[in-house]
Write a new protein. Sequence first.
Length: 246
Amino acid sequence: MDRWVGKIAAVTGASAGIGAAIARQLVNNGMTVVGLARRTDKIEELANSLEGAPGKLHAIECDVTKEESTTLAFSWIEENLGSLDVMINNAGIAKESSLTDGSLEDWRAVIDVNVLGVCLTMREAVRLMRKKDEEGLIINIGSLAGERVPAVPGFGIYPSSKRALTALSQTLRNELTGSKIRVTNISPGLVATELLASYHAFSEEVLAAMPALKSEDIANAVSYVLSTPSNVVIQDIVLRPLGETW
């Protein structure tokens, strides 16, 4: 991780859960992190708790479903920090719905964040990384649900949105052939975060009885990817909690 000290990373969905854990770990490893989210107050609270850490956390408002909001956020990075070295696409939502009687509004909301939002941030990240023409890394946080769809009532379009990240990552690798930018996809199994709070199938009691990963486990996977040499492309990482059987 030493070569990343002082480097610039952006993390979407950094206000809570996995995104907050990733931001915390990168700051503690000496990186300057731009936390991107709609709720900047939560990121600011995290930044205050990290005072005295080797790195620094900036809270920048960004709604990845809106192109103007996204481009403004990356313009701030360029104008204030000069460049970008690492992009972590973590922002994601889920809507309890179904494919048989769900609403277009709910389906579109999931796709806008989980797929199109990632397209926007990857485009902007690559733009900055190409200007620097040095080592760059893009990590997309997917889900095992996109590879092995569980029979969970109300999952609706969510697994498809996460499956799309696998294809997006590979397409971006193809487009970046010959560059110094690597692309990795991380697909965790069940992670006990607020993402599941809206699902009736995942009550507090049910979640407590199920094997689950911690947000810090995914942050550790990100650190592992960062620790690999620049000539190594880790295409996919799948993380599962011990005892998970689906």
